[in-house]
Design a protein around this ligand. Structure first.
Ligand SMILES: CC(=O)SCCNC(=O)CCNC(=O)[C@H](O)C(C)(C)COP(=O)(O)OP(=O)(O)OC[C@H]1O[C@@H](n2cnc3c(N)ncnc32)[C@H](O)[C@@H]1OP(=O)(O)O
Length: 443
């Protein structure tokens, strides 16, 4: 999705709402280092981080240059140049079932100063981001949330989960087949050049993953701040296939107390092939002088239990809603993914904000490809009379979109209704995803 980040003005409704409260809502010029530094300060404070160092500011200047950055300013406070609220957003690809990508709008850095909380500032920012997403031509907006109680009211719903996976070293006897390639340590700077290509292929395999951006890879590899303790502790393991082609890498570190075995921990594993995924997992769980290996933000459906002699060596904790989706354009969203079963389904969407509301006819062919049309005219409505269909809110549509939440579960919760018998069954078959949706990063 090519898009001019500064190409349209700050949302007029948010401007007016916030101006009525004596606040200025502004698009931050990210080439202005002073203004951007103040914004980053507010962002760090909003998430209760320590004050940013110059190295953090320099890193964020690069990152934010690729984003649309907004601040809310109160001219009456002691430091009026520091925004009392922040938000950043950018257009990016989201992987959907069938190996394709849909244009999405990522929203991040939502903070409101504790001095200004619960006055509707976040509400104004979030509604403006829905309009930004629409202006950018995104099919969906998306985010990862600090708290699960904030974003439902704006039409977002959890669509892909993630979990912490711990493997007890003493019980981790590998029974998976050998892979033809090999794993080796590589220098973080050396892998940086090929990391985007591997990450791109890994992202494309899994619905729910989003495009990686350059600064993310720099951070994961510890290159933005190479002398920090965190960066120096990171080790990079790369998997090369039998032809010597790199197909994946993982970044891990070992935490340990003096004279005691540690825990190998990783939060980044990019595998472009199943072999790479298996080889890297094996490498990570077969470390010596550790009591176990902990993978963060792993899939809730890892093949790992089938690769170990003792599946109870694995403990899965912190299963969380991780990726939150908000449908903006139902036709674009529903057309983008592939479906697991052919069929014809009327999808009637309710959206309190109005953006995604409507009735749509989803027709899926034997290859899983969809054609989607709005049912607007009386003729169109007559042609689908008696057809199988579901009625649901925009949140429920976001939840089932990637196949991570089953329509039948939402029907049991009373959150999806069918307009003709066996419609939920059909929706269940159509929306299923061969691969469980998963997002393995924060954004
Ligand atoms: C995508 C991301 O960036 S996730 C990061 C979210 N940010 C953080 O966690 C940082 C710390 N928290 C904050 O900065 C603030 O509390 C925010 C941004 C979450 C909320 O900002 P506020 O300006 O206080 O929210 P605002 O007054 O607009 O409230 C909007 C609605 O959300 C509700 N709400 C706001 N925060 C929360 C919360 N933490 N938990 C539950 N409900 C909340 C309000 O009650 C209100 O509900 P209503 O409109 O239905 O009456």
């Amino acid at each position: 999705m090519s898009f001019d980040l500064q190409g349209f003005p700050a949302d007029s409704e948010a401007l007016a709402t916030l101006a009525a409260r004596g606040l200025a809502y502004r698009l931050v010029d990210t080439s202005d280092a002073a203004a951007t530094s103040k914004w980053v300060e507010a962002d760090f404070r909003g998430f209760h981080h320590s004050r940013p160092r110059q190295i953090d500011l320099d890193f964020d200047f690069g990152l934010l240059a690729e984003r649309r950055v907004h601040g809310v300013y109160d001219p009456t406070i002691a430091e009026p140049a520091v925004p009392v609220a922040t938000v950043s957003s950018w257009p990016t690809g989201l992987s959907v079932p069938g190996g394709r990508s849909v244009d999405a709008w990522a929203v991040s850095s939502v903070t409101v100063s504790p001095t200004h909380r619960r006055r509707g500032i976040a509400r104004a920012l979030m509604l403006a981001e829905l309009q930004n997403a629409r202006s950018a031509g995104a099919a969906l907006a998306m985010l990862t949330a600090t708290e699960a109680t904030i974003y439902g009211r704006f039409g977002y719903a959890p669509a892909a989960r993630a979990a912490t996976v711990y493997v007890d070293r003493r019980r981790a006897h590998w029974i998976g087949a050998d892979v033809p390639g090999r794993v080796q340590f590589v220098d973080a700077a050396a892998i940086r050049e090929i990391a985007p290509a591997i990450a791109r292929r890994a992202v494309a395999r899994t619905p729910g993953e989003i495009d990686r951006w350059p600064a993310l890879l720099d951070r994961v590899l510890g290159l933005h701040d190479p002398e920090s303790d965190r960066s120096r502790s990171r080790r990079v393991a790369r998997y090369d296939d039998e032809r010597g082609q790199p197909q994946g890498f993982a970044v891990f570190h070992v935490t340990r107390e003096p004279n005691a075995p540690g825990v190998a921990e990783f939060d980044f594993l990019a595998a472009a092939t199943d072999d790479a995924e298996r080889a890297l997992w094996r490498f990570l769980v077969e470390q010596d002088y550790v009591s176990g290996t902990r993978g963060l933000l792993r899939s809730v459906d890892e093949p790992l239990p089938w690769l170990l002699d003792d599946p109870r060596a694995i403990t899965v904790t912190d299963v969380v809603d991780h990726l939150w989706l908000r449908v903006i354009d139902p036709i674009a969203a529903l057309s983008a993914r592939r479906y697991s079963s052919p069929g014809r389904l009327v999808v009637e969407v309710d959206d309190p904000v109005g953006i995604a509301a409507g009735r749509f006819e989803l027709v899926v062919d034997d290859g899983g490809r969809a054609e989607v049309a709005a049912i607007e005219s009386r003729d169109a409505a007559a042609s689908v009379k008696g057809a199988r269909g579901i009625r649901l809110g925009v949140r429920e549509l976001g939840a089932i979109y990637l196949g991570g939440v089953r329509p039948s579960v939402l029907a049991r919760a009373g959150r999806i209704e069918e307009s003709a018998p066996r419609s939920i069954d059909l929706a269940e078959r159509m929306f299923a995803s061969t691969r469980t949706p998963h997002l393995s990063i924060w954004f």
